[in-house]
Ligand binder design. Structure first.
Ligand SMILES: *Cc1c(COP(=O)(O)O)cnc(C)c1O
Length: 463
């Protein structure tokens, strides 16, 4: 299939990519940036403002990946830029404590009652890796339960059946991870409580923790199965009369909480993507979930490298220098990163009600609008969305786990991605990455996106 749409000129980007390939494997410093899954060379970025990105050839794009999640207030949001500039004048790093660390911690703990104490690190990978070490130390057990298609960073034990780039490139795990380490990770299907029960029965007193993306973003967007809602009882009854099913009494996340507690394992809720994305208290608040440990990243750093792991005091106080679990970082709590995080989180907190309502409404408008265009053009596309994260899956039928997501027509997604990029719409370059928008995305951007999608789907059916 070839697009009928004239592609913009990207000669400078092409030259820059060739140069980058001299230095970096695949020309990139993180694999999905290479656009391998969608074809075509990746544009090089020169700058970005609000909802718009400008590439090295001067082409402009509406941004729906937001640096993979952090840019919830749009690019170069003035209070964030000013905070970073102010902090930089006082030196970029000290390797000693500053008051900004507690300022940001105070705001985070106000949103996450489950976080009694926390540590700042420099990435989501570090946060989940450290949370797992802590869980193993606290339980004196070795096995970790994770879910297929969930991505928790690239530490050895968490790359088993992982999402994001691992799913994009169809890699079952990663070379270089010893079998002995991979054997300590059980990867189960998401939204499948009986599978979790069975794993705990098969490994009594050996499972240290369950780690979960409460709303999956790294296999595309997959929400957790909700529990039975009594206020919808009549609807369920009506649906059951026509062959539908009544949902189980317990939601998926509530089931994980119950099982972990019963077996003395920790529940680690990885909110690196969902934290401050779906609401101030993330998925924990949305689903009334009480985790033992939480990991955060992305938005909490306002675009600078920050991760967080935190939770119950008794566990966190096992960390050095108080306890025997070692964890450290030269740039942990870096002053520029704290400044960017503080400016972002304080803006979100001060305007939470308005911001999250707006984000959700904007995301609904663009996600539904594009899905409607697919329907009109007879292109099979299903939509999953929670707040301002969503995925158009190029298949029909529900997507409730990775196995179903993996049945998507990735070639059709690639065609759609290229056709959108050529019209100035930058979607995440893989079927298995959630799309996001920011507070800077307005009606004009949304209308342009839907119009571009109409052209893209038309080019797919007539090609
Ligand atoms: C992005 C992400 C990570 C990894 O964070 P990095 O900062 O890229 O190391 C971990 N968990 C989830 C849920 C993520 O979305």
């Amino acid at each position: 299939m070839s697009s009928r749409l004239p592609a913009p000129v990207r000669t400078r980007s092409e030259a820059l990519q060739q140069r980058a390939e001299r230095f970096f494997p695949g020309g990139v410093n993180s694999p999905v940036r290479a656009f391998g899954a969608v074809g075509g060379g990746p544009p090089f970025i020169e700058s970005a403002q609000g909802a718009w990105i400008t590439d090295a050839d001067g082409n402009r794009y509406i941004d729906y990946f937001g640096s993979w999640g952090p840019m919830i207030l749009g690019h170069a949001f003035p209070p964030v830029v000013e905070a970073i500039e102010r902090a930089a004048r006082n030196s970029a790093s000290f390797g000693a404590s500053t008051s900004a660390e507690a300022d940001l911690a105070e705001r985070i703990t106000a949103c996450y009652p489950a976080i009694e104490k926390l540590r700042f690190v420099s990435s989501g990978t570090e946060a989940t890796m450290s949370a797992i070490r802590l869980a193993r130390a606290a339980t004196r057990r070795k096995i970790i339960v994770k879910f297929e298609g969930c991505y928790h960073g690239h530490s050895d034990g968490l790359l088993v059946k992982a999402g994001s780039g691992v799913a994009t490139f169809g890699i079952p795990g990663s070379a270089g991870v010893p079998e002995e380490i991979a054997a300590l990770t059980l990867a189960l299907p998401f939204n499948d409580i009986p599978a979790v029960e069975a794993a705990f029965d098969a490994h009594p007193d050996q499972i240290a923790a369950i780690i979960v993306e409460p709303i999956v973003g790294n296999a595309g967007c997959i929400p957790p199965a909700a529990g039975y809602n009594p206020s919808l009882h009549k609807l369920y009854e009506a649906s059951a009369r026509f062959g539908g099913s009544i949902p189980p009494a317990e939601g998926f996340l509530a089931g994980l909480r119950r099982i972990a507690a019963r077996h003395g394992a920790l529940l680690i809720v990885d909110e690196v993507m969902t934290g401050f994305r779906v609401g101030l208290g993330g998925a924990c608040e949305m689903y009334s979930l009480e985790p033992d440990l939480v990991t955060l990243g992305k938005i909490v750093g306002g675009g600078l490298p920050v991760g967080v792991f935190g939770g119950k005091r008794a566990f966190m106080e096992m960390l050095a220098p108080l306890g025997p679990v070692y964890q450290a970082g030269t740039l942990s709590g870096n002053p520029l990163a704290m400044a960017a995080g503080l400016a972002t989180i304080s803006h979100l907190q001060a305007n939470a009600e308005q911001i999250y309502a707006q984000l959700s409404a904007s995301a609904a408008a663009v996600a539904d609008g594009v899905a409607q265009e697919a329907f009109n053009a007879n292109v099979p596309v299903g939509l999953n969305r929670v707040g301002s994260m969503w995925t158009w899956f190029f298949k029909l039928g529900p997507v409730t786990n990775y196995e179903q997501a993996a049945k998507s027509d990735t070639a059709a997604f690639g065609h759609f991605h290229r056709a959108m990029l050529d019209q100035g719409i930058w979607l995440p370059p893989s079927q298995f990455e959630a799309a996001f928008l920011s507070t800077a995305h307005g009606e004009e951007e949304i209308a342009a996106t839907i119009a571009s999608a109409r052209n893209a789907f038309q080019s797919m059916t007539t090609a």
